[in-house]
Every structure is written in structure tokens, then in C-alpha cells.
Ligand binder design. Structure first.
Ligand SMILES: Cc1ncc(COP(=O)(O)O)c(C=O)c1O
Length: 376
């Protein structure tokens, strides 16, 4: 069985935790960069974006209609009451246990500020989404990593992780599940073990943003009854609303209230609130996306295997593929008007991350990738 080496974990911890390593802090993200596109004399409309892990069908019809009807001239509700009520009915927690954010990124930052003080300690399960570290650094806290190794297929050994948490005693631990960029999806028992290790006074932030697009989603909501679990969800991935910016936190009422107090007024705009309510009514749209992802993923795996590109098993809507020099491959694909995520900022310079899109788009990508790997 794969395991996480304690010595490696300590080395990783020391190299990242010191202030001197601040330059290593990564807030690089996928998505399109207009300046970069302009430098290549192309526009957003010219490219297919495999670098953001969003619903391959885009926003639903109901969401688009709600956006068109939204009241643009009145202030939005500061409490996002109607959206929280809609979520409460769907998620099965009280409205006082819900907070809406301008994307889940805003909530990550607010949670970090609410729960961490200068020199308090935070654990991040890595490699993972870079915004946790950015938020912890801004809060002035000390960050330690429980880093899964490539040799272990980027799986964490849970017993070793539990020991690490019990030793480090962090105030907050961030776990992305399913994990970006590896696609590793821990089961409920593993997450329970981590929550027990974190202890009653600390907080395990479980970022389940990619769970709704996973093959076998399990419901993390019951974990909230443990009191030390905060569940983070982005509506930009499953509902295809990245441009709108919408995410939410489900947690105990005191955890929600502490973050809410730090949130600027009117941060979640009227379009986002209206679109969020409409999107929740369109569960069929997310189900249709899951079917597209399942088929395209099988296609991508088969094509990448035929090309000899090692690709990690992913539980959700993106794949981590080992292509050699990720920066070079990304650039070559961009020249062919296809954008993938170079994983160098995750400290994985040999890997690209590919969002699973429609089959016809995936065919474009595999054809171009074959060309790049054969001829460049
Ligand atoms: C794991 C994870 N969590 C949160 C986010 C932030 O999503 P948003 O701010 O769009 O809700 C991302 C974005 O890529 C992500 O990958």
C-alpha cells in the first residue's frame, strides 16, 4: 500500500513554512488570460479551454434566463436570504449554517482570517489548490503540508496523515476532496479519521467543490454534525458559473457567523444570487454534464494510453497527465488554440491537468497533443 513518508513530510514542512519561501507561494490558476491570448493575436472565442474544471455544458438554460431577468439597479440582499433558503432545502442544513461567497475563493480567505492568527498553525493536504496557502499566508499563520508523493500515486496514507495532524495540532486543516489537481477522492471513513485527529477545537475545511461532478459522489453533509467540519462548495464548477462567481460554506452556526462578520457588504451581486437559485432548480443539467464527463473521460483515458502518456485515475472531471515538460507542452497546445493547465505551480512540472469537456472537443485535444508529442 502507498504511504506518506514522515521524513519527507518534515522536509516538505520546513522548506515551505519559512517566510523566506514566500516566493514559492502559488496563486497561479487555470482559466484564460486575456493578455496572454492577445500576445498570440487570438481571443477567447478562438480557443477551447481545458484549463478550468467547469461543467462542459456551461451554464444551464434556467441560469441564463435568470441572469437576463436579474435586477441590475437595486442593491442585492446582503444576507442572500433566498439563495440560502434554496440551499437549506437542498443541502438539508439550517439557513444559519450557510454562508454565500463571491466564489468559494472568497470564503477560503474569510475562513482563514476568522480562524487563524499570526503564528497559529494550519495544515494543507498537498499537492492541491493554491488558494488555501495564499489565504493562510495572508492571515500570517504558519503553514505545514501533508504532501502525497508521486510514487504513491498522490494518495495520502491516512494513518500517517493522522499522526502528522496529532503532532502538529493545527487550528485549521484544508482538505480538497476530490483533490485538485490529482483527482484523488477520499472516502467517508478516511475523512472521519482526519476529523477525529483534528480534534474538537480545530476545524477541518473539506472543500468538496468537485464532488458533484465525481463518478461516485458521497454526501459529506452528515459530517457537519461532528462540529469541527466545515464544508466548502463552489457553484462555479458543477453549475458552470465561473464568470458569475458563487460558492457557499455549510458549517456550524458560530463558524459561519465568524466568517460572515468579515465579509464586505454586497459582495454577492444580484445576478449571482438569482442565477444560483435558478441553477439549483436545474439538477438535470448537472446530471447531463456528469454523463458527458463519464463518456469523454473514458475516451481521453483510452487516447492518452494509446499515446503512452501516463494518466492518473481521477474520480472527477479533470485528469492529471504526465507529458514531460508541461510548460513546453502547454505553449505548443496554445499555439494550436487549446489551453491546458501547466501544473508547475503545483510543483508538478512534468504534468498537465486536462478538464474533461465534450467528446468532440476532447478529440481536438488528443489530436493536437499527439502532434505536439510526436513532432515538437
Ligand atoms: C478545489 C477548488 N476549490 C475552490 C476553487 C475556487 O472556486 P470558485 O472561487 O470559483 O468558487 C477552485 C477553483 O479552481 C478549486 O479548484
Amino acid at each position: 500500500m502507498w504511504s506518506l513518508c514522515l521524513a519527507c513530510w518534515r522536509r516538505g514542512t520546513q522548506s515551505v513554512a519559512s517566510r523566506g519561501s514566500r516566493a514559492e507561494v502559488s496563486t497561479v490558476h487555470g482559466g484564460l488570460d486575456d493578455a496572454e491570448l492577445r500576445a498570440h493575436a487570438i481571443t477567447r472565442a478562438d480557443v477551447v479551454d481545458f484549463s478550468s474544471n467547469v461543467n462542459p455544458l456551461g451554464a444551464s438554460r434556467l441560469a441564463r434566463e435568470a441572469a437576463a431577468k436579474a435586477d441590475l439597479s437595486s442593491y442585492p440582499d446582503r444576507e442572500c436570504l433566498l439563495l440560502r433558503e434554496a440551499l437549506s432545502a437542498r443541502v438539508g442544513v439550517g439557513v444559519e449554517q450557510l454562508m454565500i461567497g463571491n466564489g468559494s475563493t472568497e470564503i477560503i480567505h474569510l475562513l482563514a482570517r476568522a480562524r487563524l492568527r499570526p503564528r497559529s498553525r494550519c495544515v494543507i493536504f498537498a499537492p492541491t489548490f493554491g488558494e488555501y496557502q495564499a489565504a493562510v499566508d495572508l492571515a500570517g499563520a504558519d503553514v505545514r503540508f501533508v504532501r502525497a508523493s508521486e510514487a504513491n500515486g498522490f494518495n495520502w496514507s491516512i494513518p500517517t496523515a493522522v499522526r502528522a495532524i496529532e503532532t502538529l495540532r493545527p487550528a485549521v486543516a484544508f482538505l480538497c476532496n476530490p483533490n485538485n489537481p490529482t483527482g484523488v477522492y477520499l472516502d467517508e471513513d478516511d475523512v472521519r479519521d482526519l476529523s477525529s485527529a483534528v480534534g474538537p477545537d480545530a476545524l477541518l475545511v473539506l472543500d468538496a467543490s468537485y464532488a458533484p461532478l465525481a463518478d461516485d459522489e458521497w454526501d459529506a453533509t452528515p459530517l457537519l454534525s461532528r462540529g469541527n467540519v466545515a464544508l466548502l462548495r463552489s457553484m462555479t464548477k458543477d453549475h458552470g458559473l465561473a464568470g458569475v462567481r458563487l460558492g457557499y460554506l455549510a458549517a456550524s452556526a458560530p463558524v459561519v457567523e465568524a466568517s460572515r462578520r468579515l465579509q464586505p457588504a454586497w459582495g454577492v451581486n444580484a445576478v449571482a444570487q438569482a442565477v444560483g437559485i435558478a441553477a439549483l432548480e436545474d439538477e438535470a443539467h448537472v446530471a447531463a454534464a456528469r454523463r458527458v464527463i463519464r463518456d469523454s473521460k473514458a475516451y481521453l483515458y483510452a487516447q492518452l494510453k494509446a499515446m503512452g502518456v501516463p494518466t492518473l485515475p481521477s474520480a472527477t472531471n479533470f485528469l492529471l497527465a504526465r507529458v514531460g515538460d508541461a510548460t513546453r507542452v502547454r505553449r505548443a497546445l496554445l499555439r494550436r488554440r487549446l489551453v491546458v493547465r501547466d501544473c508547475t505551480s503545483f510543483r508538478l512540472p512534468a504534468y498537465i491537468r486536462i478538464a474533461v469537456r465534450r467528446p468532440d472537443e476532447c478529440a481536438l485535444l488528443t489530436r493536437a497533443l499527439r502532434d505536439v508529442l510526436t513532432h515538437e
